[in-house]
Design a protein around this ligand. Structure first.
Ligand code: FAD
Length: 147
């Protein structure tokens, strides 16, 4: 079974409430662990950036479900590739909030130090997520959403 990694960005919808982060992460931990999916979810102000990695079948199944979720909109696929190894193997779904974004790391991969997933290429988004995961205590379990 092929191992793939995908990254997409989306914007919160008018249905979105800050508390939704917690239920999104609860669903992700439960479902992703059962499907062998790992990944990272970044949230900043009004946008999500998420990486999903695992078998091609499982990643596509979960992505289809995510696309139908009314809590966000305007999804844009930034990156999709067969991979040899995972980058976020420690997390069924790790979480990085806007308050944890390190401006210097964001600036390294963007035109500005303000995080905007829609202004990034797939390669830059991937590199940013890997570097963030290496440099901050990625949250697991219940989200302590502070942004
Ligand atoms: P449950 O996990 O049993 O649902 C848990 C709770 O969430 C319930 O209280 C339910 O009312 C509420 N809920 C479920 N779906 C919705 C919805 N569409 N709108 C409002 N409330 C809802 N799911 C994953 O499995 N893996 C992921 O990596 C993942 N990432 C996500 C990233 C983003 C940005 C968003 C917006 C959603 C993500 N989700 C993810 C959630 C996904 O869209 C589905 O909601 C979820 O997979 C449903 O799981 P479930 O059927 O097991 O429901």
């Amino acid at each position: 079974m092929y191992l793939v990694q995908m990254i997409y960005a989306s914007r919160i919808s008018t249905d979105f409430k800050t508390q939704d982060i917690e239920s999104i992460l609860e669903s992700a931990h439960k479902n992703n662990a059962a499907l062998g999916i790992t990944g990272l979810l970044c949230f900043s102000h009004d946008s999500f950036l998420q990486s999903l990695e695992g078998s091609r079948k499982a990643v596509n199944e979960v992505y289809q479900k995510i696309l139908n979720d009314q809590r966000h909109q305007d999804p844009i696929l930034l990156y999709y590739k067969n991979i040899q190894q995972r980058n976020f193997v420690d997390w069924a779904m790790g979480y990085v909030s806007s308050s944890q974004m390190i401006r210097q790391i964001v600036l390294k991969y963007s035109r500005q130090s303000e995080f905007d997933a829609f202004e990034m290429s797939g390669d830059s988004a991937r590199a940013l997520m890997i570097e963030l995961a290496d440099n901050i205590p990625v949250q697991t379990g219940k989200a302590r959403h502070t942004a």
